[in-house]
Design a protein around this ligand. Structure first.
Ligand code: TXA
Ligand code: MG
Length: 311
């Protein structure tokens, strides 16, 4: 299969391919997603196959209009309306009870469904043109850094999917925040582009920070966000500098300096792109200095630490 690189003007063509059951990657405000129509089981199965994704890791349903919520979720709590009002469209994913019409495969066998409305014109137009929500995981092979450019999607899926809509670099470069509204508590299942404090401010109640042991958070138990070369994370610049070699690629927070030939800024927006860049350029190892300014950013430090876990 030849993977088409589509322009934002070719939404109709992309929508037609999706309706025919083909996979199309598209930009959102966070990272690129790999889409399939939510009511097409066969197409969804192709996503799991193309990504090499474990079958128990559920997908996020992307909507373009609030009227689509009732097609995919039931027993919607009042807190959902408050969050949707404040954050939709935007990088917030909410877990609700799944509508029985939604294929089990979409939610990894769970009776719940993740839902978000991306704040991106291409994504919204595409969903509207297909006429149903699109399930879309991040458009990377399972375990790899998410794609923030169409070129990253091609690097992981060229010849394996029908096309990618090239919408340039994504705005946030980090995935959406995932919260569960299923129980009495609001639980943060994945830190992301929206900080939990913002959610607490809107809801007027505490958000409980989940961890990998939190039930109902299947994605957090898998290795993620990692390039094919080792990534080591340091809390101390001196210790990092003792580990420099010619083939080392270094990421440093703003304002930090080091006498080495490949030092790049450590920044959430460009983080995944830098990991992929270092790997493509043939570097042997990536060293990251995580200072306090970075470690207090829950979502960014989570991605850095998980990229750094050994395979
Ligand atoms: O920003 C984003 O969220 C991007 C863009 C494309 O929208 N998507 C994304 O999808 O990051 P993915 O599949 O890479 O990550 C989805 C996360 C996983 O950690 C998954 O386990 C969790 O959301 N998730 C999805 N459905 C869930 C559910 N029903 N219950 C609990 N967690 C769920
Ligand atoms: Mg992902």
């Amino acid at each position: 299969m030849r993977t088409l690189i589509l322009t934002p003007e070719e939404i109709e063509k992309a929508a037609t391919l999706l309706k025919e059951g083909e996979l199309i990657a598209f930009p959102t405000e966070t990272v690129y997603g790999l889409g399939a129509p939510i009511f097409n089981e066969k197409a969804i199965a192709k996503i799991f196959q193309a990504k090499g994704r474990p079958a128990d890791n559920p997908l996020i349903a992307h909507i373009s209009d609030l009227s689509q919520v009732d097609q995919i979720a039931v027993d919607i709590p009042p807190a959902f309306d408050v969050l949707a009002d404040a954050f939709f469209p935007g990088p917030l994913t909410v877990i609700l009870k799944r509508h029985s019409d939604v294929p089990l495969i979409a939610s990894g066998g769970l009776d719940t469904i993740a839902l978000r409305m991306p704040d991106h014109q291409i994504a919204q137009n595409l969903i509207a043109a297909v006429g149903q929500p699109l399930v879309a995981p991040s458009a990377n092979r399972s375990g790899r850094p998410s794609s923030t450019k169409a070129a990253h999607v091609l690097s992981d899926f060229s010849g394996k999917i029908a096309g990618v809509i090239d919408g340039g670099d994504t705005e946030h470069g980090i995935e959406s925040t995932v919260v569960s509204l299923l129980g009495n508590e609001v639980i943060l299942l994945r830190p992301g582009a929206i900080p939990p404090e913002d959610i607490e401010a809107v809801l007027g109640r505490k958000v409980v920070i989940g961890d990998h042991k939190t039930p109902g958070s299947p994605g957090m138990k898998y290795r993620h966000y990692a390039p094919n070369i080792p990534v080591r994370v340091f809390g101390n610049l001196e210790e990092l500098s003792e580990n420099l070699r010619p083939g080392t690629f270094v990421l440093l927070p703003k304002g930090e300096r080091l006498d080495h030939n490949s030092v790049t800024l450590l920044n959430a927006t460009t983080f995944y792109a830098e990991l992929r860049h270092a790997e493509e350029k043939g570097f042997e190892e990536i060293l990251i200095y995580m200072d306090k300014s970075v470690s207090k950013n829950l979502a960014f430090s989570n991605r850095i630490l998980r990229a750094g876990q050994l395979k």
